[in-house]
Design a binder for this molecule. Structure first.
Ligand SMILES: *Cc1c(COP(=O)(O)O)cnc(C)c1O
Length: 371
Protein backbone atom coordinates (compact mmCIF):
# COMPACT_ATOMS: atom_id res chain seq x y z
CA UNK A 1 0.00 0.00 0.00
CA UNK A 2 1.24 3.51 -0.82
CA UNK A 3 1.86 5.99 1.93
CA UNK A 4 -1.10 8.34 2.42
CA UNK A 5 0.37 11.85 2.70
CA UNK A 6 -1.19 14.35 5.10
CA UNK A 7 -1.75 16.75 2.19
CA UNK A 8 -1.40 16.78 -1.57
CA UNK A 9 -2.49 19.38 -4.18
CA UNK A 10 -4.81 18.37 -7.04
CA UNK A 11 -4.29 20.23 -10.32
CA UNK A 12 -6.78 19.22 -13.03
CA UNK A 13 -5.90 18.72 -16.72
CA UNK A 14 -7.72 21.89 -17.77
CA UNK A 15 -5.54 23.92 -15.43
CA UNK A 16 -2.39 22.20 -16.69
CA UNK A 17 -3.45 23.08 -20.27
CA UNK A 18 -4.02 26.69 -19.23
CA UNK A 19 -0.53 26.83 -17.69
CA UNK A 20 0.91 25.40 -20.92
CA UNK A 21 -0.97 28.08 -22.92
CA UNK A 22 0.50 30.76 -20.68
CA UNK A 23 4.01 29.35 -21.13
CA UNK A 24 3.55 29.42 -24.93
CA UNK A 25 1.97 32.89 -24.94
CA UNK A 26 5.23 34.82 -24.63
CA UNK A 27 4.01 36.58 -21.44
CA UNK A 28 4.92 34.59 -18.34
CA UNK A 29 5.31 37.23 -15.62
CA UNK A 30 2.48 39.38 -14.18
CA UNK A 31 -0.04 40.12 -16.92
CA UNK A 32 -3.59 39.35 -18.04
CA UNK A 33 -3.95 36.15 -15.97
CA UNK A 34 -3.06 38.03 -12.79
CA UNK A 35 -5.65 40.71 -13.56
CA UNK A 36 -8.27 38.07 -14.32
CA UNK A 37 -7.52 36.16 -11.10
CA UNK A 38 -7.71 39.37 -9.04
CA UNK A 39 -11.04 40.24 -10.64
CA UNK A 40 -12.48 36.82 -9.83
CA UNK A 41 -11.25 37.01 -6.24
CA UNK A 42 -12.67 40.49 -5.81
CA UNK A 43 -16.05 39.22 -7.05
CA UNK A 44 -15.96 36.47 -4.42
CA UNK A 45 -14.99 38.95 -1.69
CA UNK A 46 -18.05 41.10 -2.37
CA UNK A 47 -16.31 43.53 -4.72
CA UNK A 48 -13.60 44.57 -2.23
CA UNK A 49 -10.20 45.49 -3.76
CA UNK A 50 -7.86 42.48 -4.00
CA UNK A 51 -4.21 42.25 -5.06
CA UNK A 52 -2.16 39.07 -5.57
CA UNK A 53 1.43 38.46 -4.45
CA UNK A 54 4.07 35.75 -4.55
CA UNK A 55 3.37 34.63 -0.97
CA UNK A 56 0.88 34.96 1.84
CA UNK A 57 3.64 36.13 4.16
CA UNK A 58 4.44 39.29 2.22
CA UNK A 59 0.76 40.32 2.11
CA UNK A 60 0.77 40.67 5.90
CA UNK A 61 4.02 42.62 5.89
CA UNK A 62 2.60 44.95 3.23
CA UNK A 63 -0.66 45.40 5.16
CA UNK A 64 1.36 46.44 8.24
CA UNK A 65 3.31 48.93 6.09
CA UNK A 66 0.11 50.36 4.58
CA UNK A 67 -1.25 50.79 8.12
CA UNK A 68 1.93 52.69 9.00
CA UNK A 69 2.91 50.24 11.74
CA UNK A 70 6.59 50.09 12.69
CA UNK A 71 9.11 50.78 15.45
CA UNK A 72 7.53 51.41 18.86
CA UNK A 73 4.21 49.82 17.90
CA UNK A 74 2.85 46.62 19.41
CA UNK A 75 0.96 44.00 17.41
CA UNK A 76 -0.92 41.21 19.17
CA UNK A 77 -0.98 37.72 17.68
CA UNK A 78 -1.20 34.02 18.54
CA UNK A 79 1.72 31.80 19.50
CA UNK A 80 0.18 28.86 17.59
CA UNK A 81 0.67 29.62 13.90
CA UNK A 82 3.22 29.30 11.17
CA UNK A 83 6.14 31.51 12.25
CA UNK A 84 5.44 33.87 9.32
CA UNK A 85 2.59 35.42 11.31
CA UNK A 86 4.95 36.82 13.95
CA UNK A 87 7.96 37.30 11.67
CA UNK A 88 6.16 39.98 9.65
CA UNK A 89 5.73 42.03 12.83
CA UNK A 90 9.50 41.95 13.40
CA UNK A 91 10.10 42.58 9.69
CA UNK A 92 8.44 46.03 9.91
CA UNK A 93 10.28 46.84 13.15
CA UNK A 94 7.24 46.51 15.43
CA UNK A 95 7.00 44.47 18.65
CA UNK A 96 5.13 41.15 18.69
CA UNK A 97 2.90 40.55 21.71
CA UNK A 98 1.38 37.10 22.12
CA UNK A 99 -1.96 36.22 23.67
CA UNK A 100 -2.58 32.59 24.65
CA UNK A 101 -5.03 30.40 22.76
CA UNK A 102 -8.43 28.93 23.48
CA UNK A 103 -7.91 25.18 24.06
CA UNK A 104 -11.10 24.23 22.19
CA UNK A 105 -10.76 26.26 18.98
CA UNK A 106 -6.95 26.51 19.27
CA UNK A 107 -7.29 30.08 18.01
CA UNK A 108 -6.18 33.21 19.86
CA UNK A 109 -8.32 33.82 22.96
CA UNK A 110 -10.03 37.19 22.45
CA UNK A 111 -10.34 37.82 26.23
CA UNK A 112 -6.56 37.51 26.43
CA UNK A 113 -6.19 39.80 23.42
CA UNK A 114 -8.20 42.46 25.21
CA UNK A 115 -6.11 41.99 28.36
CA UNK A 116 -2.86 42.42 26.35
CA UNK A 117 -3.82 45.79 24.85
CA UNK A 118 -1.62 48.73 25.92
CA UNK A 119 -1.29 52.34 24.80
CA UNK A 120 1.25 51.11 22.19
CA UNK A 121 -1.01 48.46 20.62
CA UNK A 122 -1.77 49.30 16.99
CA UNK A 123 -3.02 46.05 15.46
CA UNK A 124 -4.20 42.47 15.96
CA UNK A 125 -3.22 39.59 13.68
CA UNK A 126 -5.68 36.76 14.39
CA UNK A 127 -5.08 33.39 12.72
CA UNK A 128 -7.89 31.06 11.68
CA UNK A 129 -6.17 27.78 12.47
CA UNK A 130 -7.33 24.88 10.30
CA UNK A 131 -9.68 27.39 8.62
CA UNK A 132 -11.82 28.00 11.71
CA UNK A 133 -12.58 31.71 12.18
CA UNK A 134 -12.40 33.38 15.58
CA UNK A 135 -15.56 35.08 16.89
CA UNK A 136 -15.52 37.75 14.17
CA UNK A 137 -18.17 39.92 15.85
CA UNK A 138 -16.14 40.10 19.05
CA UNK A 139 -12.86 40.63 17.13
CA UNK A 140 -14.19 43.72 15.36
CA UNK A 141 -15.87 45.01 18.54
CA UNK A 142 -12.46 44.96 20.24
CA UNK A 143 -10.78 46.59 17.21
CA UNK A 144 -13.38 49.37 17.17
CA UNK A 145 -13.28 49.90 20.95
CA UNK A 146 -9.47 50.36 21.04
CA UNK A 147 -9.08 51.84 17.55
CA UNK A 148 -6.87 49.00 16.27
CA UNK A 149 -6.19 47.76 12.74
CA UNK A 150 -6.80 44.08 12.03
CA UNK A 151 -4.67 42.07 9.63
CA UNK A 152 -6.52 38.77 9.39
CA UNK A 153 -4.12 35.89 8.78
CA UNK A 154 -6.69 33.93 6.80
CA UNK A 155 -3.92 31.93 5.07
CA UNK A 156 -5.83 28.73 5.82
CA UNK A 157 -9.36 30.10 5.60
CA UNK A 158 -10.37 30.54 1.95
CA UNK A 159 -13.90 29.15 1.66
CA UNK A 160 -14.60 29.62 5.39
CA UNK A 161 -17.52 31.85 6.36
CA UNK A 162 -18.97 33.88 9.23
CA UNK A 163 -22.76 34.15 9.48
CA UNK A 164 -22.78 32.82 5.89
CA UNK A 165 -20.47 35.51 4.50
CA UNK A 166 -17.07 34.48 3.07
CA UNK A 167 -14.07 35.32 5.23
CA UNK A 168 -12.49 38.20 3.28
CA UNK A 169 -15.80 39.73 2.20
CA UNK A 170 -15.90 41.97 5.31
CA UNK A 171 -13.49 43.30 7.91
CA UNK A 172 -10.18 45.15 7.61
CA UNK A 173 -7.10 43.70 5.82
CA UNK A 174 -7.55 40.01 5.03
CA UNK A 175 -4.58 37.92 3.92
CA UNK A 176 -4.75 34.54 2.16
CA UNK A 177 -2.02 32.10 1.14
CA UNK A 178 -2.02 29.93 -1.99
CA UNK A 179 1.02 27.89 -0.90
CA UNK A 180 1.03 24.29 -2.18
CA UNK A 181 -0.76 22.71 0.80
CA UNK A 182 -3.52 25.31 1.15
CA UNK A 183 -7.12 24.53 0.06
CA UNK A 184 -6.48 26.28 -3.26
CA UNK A 185 -2.96 26.85 -4.53
CA UNK A 186 -0.91 28.76 -7.08
CA UNK A 187 2.16 26.64 -6.06
CA UNK A 188 3.34 29.69 -4.09
CA UNK A 189 1.35 32.88 -3.74
CA UNK A 190 -1.17 34.86 -1.78
CA UNK A 191 -3.66 37.69 -1.94
CA UNK A 192 -4.65 40.64 0.20
CA UNK A 193 -8.15 42.07 0.50
CA UNK A 194 -8.03 45.82 1.15
CA UNK A 195 -10.43 48.58 2.12
CA UNK A 196 -10.02 51.14 -0.65
CA UNK A 197 -8.50 51.76 -4.06
CA UNK A 198 -5.98 54.06 -2.35
CA UNK A 199 -4.77 51.16 -0.19
CA UNK A 200 -4.70 48.88 -3.24
CA UNK A 201 -2.53 51.38 -5.13
CA UNK A 202 -0.12 51.49 -2.19
CA UNK A 203 -0.09 47.68 -2.12
CA UNK A 204 0.87 47.68 -5.81
CA UNK A 205 3.80 49.96 -5.03
CA UNK A 206 5.04 47.84 -2.13
CA UNK A 207 4.64 44.83 -4.42
CA UNK A 208 6.98 46.19 -7.09
CA UNK A 209 9.89 48.33 -5.89
CA UNK A 210 7.72 51.31 -4.98
CA UNK A 211 7.31 52.18 -8.62
CA UNK A 212 4.60 54.62 -9.52
CA UNK A 213 3.61 55.64 -13.06
CA UNK A 214 3.77 59.35 -13.44
CA UNK A 215 3.87 61.64 -16.44
CA UNK A 216 3.64 60.65 -20.08
CA UNK A 217 6.99 58.92 -20.40
CA UNK A 218 8.18 57.97 -17.01
CA UNK A 219 8.11 56.23 -13.73
CA UNK A 220 8.99 57.43 -10.32
CA UNK A 221 9.68 55.72 -6.99
CA UNK A 222 8.20 57.21 -3.83
CA UNK A 223 8.16 54.37 -1.28
CA UNK A 224 10.57 51.51 -0.59
CA UNK A 225 8.94 48.45 -2.14
CA UNK A 226 10.09 44.89 -2.75
CA UNK A 227 9.60 42.25 -5.44
CA UNK A 228 6.43 40.42 -4.53
CA UNK A 229 4.40 40.12 -7.73
CA UNK A 230 2.55 36.97 -8.77
CA UNK A 231 3.33 35.54 -12.24
CA UNK A 232 0.76 34.67 -14.91
CA UNK A 233 1.92 31.05 -14.60
CA UNK A 234 0.84 31.03 -10.94
CA UNK A 235 -2.34 32.97 -11.69
CA UNK A 236 -3.30 30.40 -14.36
CA UNK A 237 -3.07 27.69 -11.68
CA UNK A 238 -5.03 29.90 -9.28
CA UNK A 239 -7.87 30.49 -11.75
CA UNK A 240 -8.22 26.73 -12.30
CA UNK A 241 -8.18 26.07 -8.56
CA UNK A 242 -10.54 28.91 -7.64
CA UNK A 243 -13.19 27.51 -10.00
CA UNK A 244 -13.30 24.44 -7.73
CA UNK A 245 -13.36 26.22 -4.39
CA UNK A 246 -16.92 25.24 -3.53
CA UNK A 247 -16.37 21.59 -4.45
CA UNK A 248 -13.13 21.49 -2.50
CA UNK A 249 -14.74 22.96 0.62
CA UNK A 250 -17.74 20.62 0.39
CA UNK A 251 -15.52 17.56 0.00
CA UNK A 252 -13.35 18.54 2.96
CA UNK A 253 -16.46 18.99 5.12
CA UNK A 254 -17.63 15.57 4.01
CA UNK A 255 -14.28 14.03 4.98
CA UNK A 256 -14.36 15.80 8.36
CA UNK A 257 -17.84 14.39 9.08
CA UNK A 258 -16.56 10.93 8.26
CA UNK A 259 -13.64 11.36 10.65
CA UNK A 260 -16.08 12.17 13.47
CA UNK A 261 -18.41 9.32 12.50
CA UNK A 262 -15.70 6.66 12.32
CA UNK A 263 -13.74 7.73 15.37
CA UNK A 264 -17.01 7.68 17.27
CA UNK A 265 -18.70 9.94 19.80
CA UNK A 266 -16.70 8.55 22.71
CA UNK A 267 -13.27 8.66 21.02
CA UNK A 268 -12.12 11.52 23.22
CA UNK A 269 -13.37 9.91 26.45
CA UNK A 270 -11.88 6.54 25.53
CA UNK A 271 -8.44 7.73 24.44
CA UNK A 272 -7.89 11.12 26.08
CA UNK A 273 -7.37 12.67 22.63
CA UNK A 274 -9.02 16.04 21.87
CA UNK A 275 -10.87 16.27 18.55
CA UNK A 276 -11.54 19.62 16.84
CA UNK A 277 -14.88 21.41 17.37
CA UNK A 278 -17.60 19.87 15.18
CA UNK A 279 -18.19 22.82 12.86
CA UNK A 280 -19.75 22.22 9.47
CA UNK A 281 -20.90 25.80 8.99
CA UNK A 282 -17.98 28.19 9.20
CA UNK A 283 -14.77 26.21 8.70
CA UNK A 284 -13.32 25.00 5.40
CA UNK A 285 -11.55 22.12 7.18
CA UNK A 286 -8.12 23.11 5.97
CA UNK A 287 -6.77 20.72 8.61
CA UNK A 288 -8.25 18.02 10.83
CA UNK A 289 -6.22 18.42 14.00
CA UNK A 290 -6.13 16.18 17.04
CA UNK A 291 -4.41 16.93 20.35
CA UNK A 292 -2.81 13.70 21.59
CA UNK A 293 -3.14 12.50 25.19
CA UNK A 294 0.00 12.99 27.31
CA UNK A 295 0.67 9.24 27.50
CA UNK A 296 2.05 9.26 23.93
CA UNK A 297 4.59 11.70 22.52
CA UNK A 298 4.06 13.24 19.11
CA UNK A 299 7.21 11.64 17.59
CA UNK A 300 6.10 8.25 18.94
CA UNK A 301 2.62 8.70 17.46
CA UNK A 302 3.98 9.87 14.10
CA UNK A 303 6.35 6.88 13.96
CA UNK A 304 3.52 4.43 14.69
CA UNK A 305 1.26 6.01 12.05
CA UNK A 306 4.12 6.00 9.54
CA UNK A 307 4.54 2.26 10.14
CA UNK A 308 0.88 2.01 9.04
CA UNK A 309 1.76 4.10 5.97
CA UNK A 310 -0.05 7.23 7.10
CA UNK A 311 1.58 10.64 6.88
CA UNK A 312 0.94 12.98 9.81
CA UNK A 313 1.53 16.72 9.79
CA UNK A 314 2.20 19.00 12.74
CA UNK A 315 0.94 22.60 12.95
CA UNK A 316 2.45 24.28 14.95
CA UNK A 317 5.28 24.55 17.44
CA UNK A 318 4.71 27.58 19.70
CA UNK A 319 6.38 30.57 18.04
CA UNK A 320 7.54 32.18 21.29
CA UNK A 321 9.82 29.21 22.03
CA UNK A 322 11.86 29.51 18.83
CA UNK A 323 15.43 30.78 19.40
CA UNK A 324 14.76 34.06 17.62
CA UNK A 325 11.83 34.79 19.95
CA UNK A 326 13.52 33.50 23.13
CA UNK A 327 16.27 36.01 22.34
CA UNK A 328 13.59 38.72 22.57
CA UNK A 329 12.71 37.59 26.10
CA UNK A 330 9.91 35.08 25.54
CA UNK A 331 10.20 31.89 27.58
CA UNK A 332 8.58 28.66 28.64
CA UNK A 333 5.56 29.07 30.89
CA UNK A 334 4.33 32.33 29.36
CA UNK A 335 1.53 30.78 27.26
CA UNK A 336 0.78 27.42 28.91
CA UNK A 337 -2.17 26.42 26.71
CA UNK A 338 -0.20 27.08 23.53
CA UNK A 339 2.72 25.14 24.96
CA UNK A 340 0.63 22.08 25.82
CA UNK A 341 -1.23 22.07 22.52
CA UNK A 342 1.90 22.92 20.55
CA UNK A 343 3.55 19.84 22.04
CA UNK A 344 0.74 17.37 21.32
CA UNK A 345 -1.14 18.61 18.24
CA UNK A 346 -1.11 16.60 15.00
CA UNK A 347 -2.80 17.01 11.63
CA UNK A 348 -4.44 13.94 10.10
CA UNK A 349 -4.51 13.53 6.30
CA UNK A 350 -6.97 15.99 4.74
CA UNK A 351 -6.96 16.97 1.07
CA UNK A 352 -9.30 17.19 -1.91
CA UNK A 353 -8.18 13.96 -3.63
CA UNK A 354 -8.68 11.95 -0.45
CA UNK A 355 -11.36 9.25 -0.57
CA UNK A 356 -13.72 7.90 2.08
CA UNK A 357 -11.62 4.72 2.10
CA UNK A 358 -8.57 6.84 2.96
CA UNK A 359 -10.41 8.29 5.99
CA UNK A 360 -11.37 4.76 7.02
CA UNK A 361 -7.70 3.74 6.89
CA UNK A 362 -6.64 6.66 9.03
CA UNK A 363 -9.39 6.03 11.59
CA UNK A 364 -8.59 2.34 12.04
CA UNK A 365 -4.93 3.24 12.46
CA UNK A 366 -5.87 5.93 15.02
CA UNK A 367 -8.00 3.47 16.97
CA UNK A 368 -5.13 0.91 16.87
CA UNK A 369 -2.50 3.38 18.00
CA UNK A 370 -4.50 5.30 20.62
CA UNK A 371 -7.31 2.85 21.39
C1 LIG B 1 0.71 29.18 4.97
C2 LIG B 1 0.59 30.13 6.08
C3 LIG B 1 1.26 31.35 6.08
C4 LIG B 1 2.27 31.76 5.07
O1 LIG B 1 1.85 31.70 3.77
P1 LIG B 1 2.95 31.63 2.60
O2 LIG B 1 2.14 31.72 1.36
O3 LIG B 1 3.65 30.32 2.74
O4 LIG B 1 3.86 32.78 2.77
C5 LIG B 1 1.02 32.23 7.14
N1 LIG B 1 0.18 31.92 8.12
C6 LIG B 1 -0.46 30.75 8.17
C7 LIG B 1 -1.42 30.49 9.29
C8 LIG B 1 -0.27 29.80 7.16
O5 LIG B 1 -0.92 28.64 7.22
Amino acid sequence: MNILPFSRPTIDEETIASVADTLRSGWITSGPKVLEFEKQLSGYFGGRPVRTFNSGTCTMEIALRIAGIGAGDEVITTPISWVATANVILEVGATPVFADIDPVTRNIDLDKVEAAITSKTRAIIPVYLAGKPVDMDRLYQIAAKYNLRVIEDAAQAIGSTWHGKPIGSFGDFVSFSFQANKNITTSEGGCLVLNSEAEATLAEKYRLQGVTRSGWDGIDVDVLGGKYNMTDISAAIGIGQFAKLEKITAHRRHLARRYFDLLGEDFGKRTGAELPPKDFESTNWHLFQVVLPDRITRPEFMEKMKAKKIGIGFHYAPIHLFKLYRALGFKEGMYPIAERIGRQIVSLPMFYAMSEADVDRVCSAMIDVLG
